[in-house]
Ligand binder design. Structure first.
Ligand SMILES: *[C@@H]1O[C@H](CO)[C@@H](O)[C@H](O)[C@H]1NC(C)=O
Ligand SMILES: *[C@@H]1O[C@H](CO)[C@@H](O)[C@H](O)[C@H]1NC(C)=O
Ligand SMILES: *[C@@H]1O[C@H](CO)[C@@H](O)[C@H](O)[C@H]1NC(C)=O
Length: 282
């Protein structure tokens, strides 16, 4: 009798599981969204009456559940704090569960959707940096780049991309002379870079982007910063335009003309007076 009941029970639970699988929609269109190491997995679903549990694993390690994404209703999960160490390929698993779960059932039987592997160190996008540019002398400037902060917090400190990439982080600085189309790039190992051999007195514009040569080509470069232009400082003669030059020459010519006229008139006048004096009988 006991065994018959057991069999009946098994059958019943098998039936409910199959039913559950049929009714519970799989998560679809899984997508990694990662900027400055803040990494979120997103997915789409047919309806909102289900719960999702997100697990992750790297390189065949055990699956671990993401603590903030257990039986939740959202269709995205922030895995920033879970994907450590950063330089590994992680796969996420989204399990869909019904609103009400019978815990006697084997949860493993609900539908799973697996993501493409994602490696934060190699694939997280890097946002635009802030730069300042200061003229050092006539032909060189100092470009000062602020390392963007990441989404990673460890021991109460928010890490910058320099903290994460260390020596792998370079910056690409692109610059051009005002009014010219030719751009030049320089790669800098550090966040402050001197750009030299500029033409004295010319105006230049600069931009910078994070550059990680150790990454695959398509993710090597971060977003470009805003442009920062410096006026052609140093030599004021370069700054004056044609109109100013014409005016200066005109003024100089006028002054010269006036001096000459006055001198000539004066001389004539003097000579006349002298000759009158001489010719006059005493
Ligand atoms: C990185 O940015 C590109 C362009 O905006 C986007 O297509 C891609 O999905 C982003 N990658 C990640 C991992 O967020
Ligand atoms: C770069 O800029 C930051 C912020 O503006 C400033 O604190 C720092 O001293 C600058 N570094 C250099 C080398 O100019
Ligand atoms: C750049 O500076 C602006 C304003 O000062 C700030 O809001 C922004 O977060 C900074 N960006 C980075 C990447 O530091």
């Amino acid at each position: 009798m006991a065994s018959l009941k057991h069999v009946l029970c098994l059958c019943l639970s098998a039936w409910t599981i199959t039913a559950a699988e049929d009714n519970v929609p799989k998560a679809e269109k899984l997508k990694w969204d990662s900027l400055d190491f803040k990494t979120i997995i997103k997915w789409t679903t047919e309806d909102s009456d289900h719960k999702y549990t997100v697990s992750f694993s790297s390189d065949g390690d055990d699956w671990r559940e993401s603590q903030d994404c257990i039986r939740m209703s959202d269709s995205e999960c922030d895995l920033t704090g879970d994907l450590v160490p950063y330089d590994r390929a992680y796969t996420a698993d989204i399990q869909t569960e019904p609103e009400i779960v019978n815990y006697d059932e084997d949860l493993e039987n609900y539908p799973h959707t697996y993501s493409d592997p994602f490696n934060p160190y190699r694939e997280s996008n890097i946002s635009a940096v802030n730069i300042t540019v200061e003229a050092m002398d006539e032909s060189s400037v100092m470009v000062n780049i602020t390392d963007p902060l990441t989404g990673i917090h460890t021991r109460g400190k928010q890490l910058s991309i320099r903290d994460v990439f260390r020596n792998d982080l370079k910056y690409k600085i692109s610059y051009y002379k005002s009014g010219s189309t030719g751009k030049r790039d320089v790669i800098s190992d550090s966040s402050t870079a001197e750009v030299s051999k500029l033409d004295a007195g010319e105006s230049y514009c600069f931009m910078a982007a994070a550059f990680i040569p150790s990454r695959p080509k398509r993710s090597q470069q971060g977003a470009w910063s805003q442009e920062w232009c410096i006026p052609g400082g140093g030599n004021i003669l370069h700054e004056l335009n044609l109109g100013v030059w014409v005016a200066i020459i005109f003024i100089l010519l006028t002054v010269f003309f006036i001096i000459v006229t006055v001198t000539v008139l004066c001389c004539k006048c003097c000579r006349q007076r002298n000759s009158t004096q001489l010719s006059a009988p005493v």
